[in-house]
Design a protein around this ligand. Structure first.
Ligand SMILES: C[S@@+](CC[C@H](N)C(=O)[O-])C[C@H]1O[C@@H](n2cnc3c(N)ncnc32)[C@H](O)[C@@H]1O
Length: 157
């Protein structure tokens, strides 16, 4: 199974990029985890929020196959503990799913088309984070899930 985290625009803060890389490098290869940064929509500043979300949505969908299980990272989604998330990933890994695509929205979130396409919505907190910071928080949770599944002492509860 592959796991793809798809985000809008480059991670423009070097410190966030460095930490994402840090956790990614510690993840075993069999996770097949990759981060895809979609280029920012051209002329984004001249588009209304609705149009911008639509354009970003088209780019998300271009990277998604029909068989992908799409999970939106969305502050209004369902919340999990780190152990529940690790168990969820373990179930997916033992299923026939070929790819899980996690989407992080842009500055205004997701278009209606993307909500329609999504299989589920997952929240990391009820609070809203920037689309840059949430990348790092998510990648750390992926690393934490691996440590939990390996029974390592990184996660202590
Ligand atoms: C700045 S937020 C979008 C803001 C918001 N949806 C709005 O109404 O304007 C950018 C993206 O970061 C992600 N995000 C931010 N906070 C999150 C949270 N607590 N849990 C999961 N994803 C979050 C989501 O993918 C969101 O679309």
């Amino acid at each position: 199974m592959r796991i793809n985290l798809i985000c809008i625009g480059k991670t423009d803060d070097k410190e966030i990029s460095r930490l994402i890389q840090y956790y990614q490098n510690r993840l075993p290869k069999h996770w097949n985890f990759e981060v895809t940064e979609i280029p920012d929509v051209k002329n984004a500043k001249n588009l209304s929020p609705e149009l911008l979300k639509k354009e970003e949505g088209k780019l998300f969908l271009m990277l998604t196959e029909n068989s992908d299980h799409v999970v939106l990272l969305d502050e209004k989604g369902k919340q999990f503990t780190s152990r529940e998330f690790a168990a969820k990933i373990d179930n997916w890994m033992n299923s026939s799913l070929k790819k899980i695509s996690f989407f992080i929205g842009g500055a205004y979130g997701f278009s209606e088309e993307i909500y329609q396409r999504a299989n589920e919505k997952m929240s990391l907190s009820k609070m809203t984070f920037t689309h840059q910071m949430i990348r790092l928080f998510f990648v750390e949770q992926i690393y934490r899930a691996d440590q939990i599944l390996q029974g390592k002492p990184y996660h202590n509860d």
